[in-house]
Design a protein around this ligand. Sequence first.
Ligand SMILES: NC(=O)c1ccc[n+]([C@@H]2O[C@H](COP(=O)([O-])OP(=O)(O)OC[C@H]3O[C@@H](n4cnc5c(N)ncnc54)[C@H](OP(=O)(O)O)[C@@H]3O)[C@@H](O)[C@H]2O)c1
Length: 311
Amino acid sequence: MKYLEIDGVRVSAIGLGTWQFGSREWGYGDAYAAHQAPALVRRALELGVTLIDTAEMYAFGESERIVARGLAASGPDLAAGAFVATKLFPILPLPSIVATRAAGSRDRLEVAAIDLYQLHWPNPIVPARTQAAGLRRVLDAGIARHVGVSNYGLGRWRALEAALRRPIISNQVRFSLASPSPRWDLVPYAAERGRLVIAYSPLAQGLFAADDPAGRRSGIRRMNPLFRDAALHRARPLLAAVREIAAAHRATPAQVALAWVIAHPNTAAIPGARSLEQLEQNAAAADLVLTPDERVWLTGEAERFDAAQRL
Ligand SMILES: NC(=O)c1ccc[n+]([C@@H]2O[C@H](COP(=O)([O-])OP(=O)(O)OC[C@H]3O[C@@H](n4cnc5c(N)ncnc54)[C@H](OP(=O)(O)O)[C@@H]3O)[C@@H](O)[C@H]2O)c1
């Protein structure tokens, strides 16, 4: 496993996303939530995957509870190595509300302190200094050790950090071969300032995992524009490049997609997983090193696809 050291924090470059845990959107069912999901947490920790990402809004707190069950099932030694990140859904991020909600997440996760507490989305109505006051309260009360944001543009990230006057160590954003734009501004900023970009949907919700993406248009993917016919048509050269490079490395397309993301400086990826097999493949992607030529090829195809999608 590859690790990143950021501002005194050490996290695995491949993490585990847990939106799938207990949530109806993914439709993985009760047996997955009860048995598979906690087992995924344990297996992740065994494989050296330490970054585990959840949110209070995933299955209305149930994802956090399932992560707690997974940590408990892992035993104290493995669980001690986990770096648990969760998120506030910031409808009204006033200081007292932020602190109360953070304590709720901490209690559902059954941890002494949340390792990384993130604002899930920007709130354009509540002033940055008010939101910063909430995050300060969470840090000062020891409810969380570090704070981060999610879905923030660079300007908002910097403004909130200026208001907090402490590091906002991470920004969790959509980042994959199908959504490559963070490489233009957020990644260079993170590399320069010693911050972390956490790539969500790094497999584009399965686009890079399937031989037949159109056949996977169920659950959450029914709402994902990447799985519409026109987008799948535009993605053909990109998917062909991913598959050809995967074959050259005896790797899977998913592994190539993840290896491309985490080849960026100060960048970790948090793929979700349906099964232990997927998790194991994803963890192994940390050891897949793409050649410079392969990265240039993939980046070119990713940017051509992204530009076509925006037309
Ligand atoms: N901050 C935010 O706003 C935000 C938004 C979205 C997600 N997230 C976080 O990011 C995490 C990951 O994003 P995501 O779940 O949207 O998408 P993703 O990680 O790109 O895709 C996950 C899905 O891809 C498939 N998959 C995973 N590993 C695979 C493998 N090795 N081979 C083949 N298929 C594989 C599985 O679906 P199937 O088996 O069903 O095909 C899995 O559920 C979430 O769990 C969540 O923690 C955050």
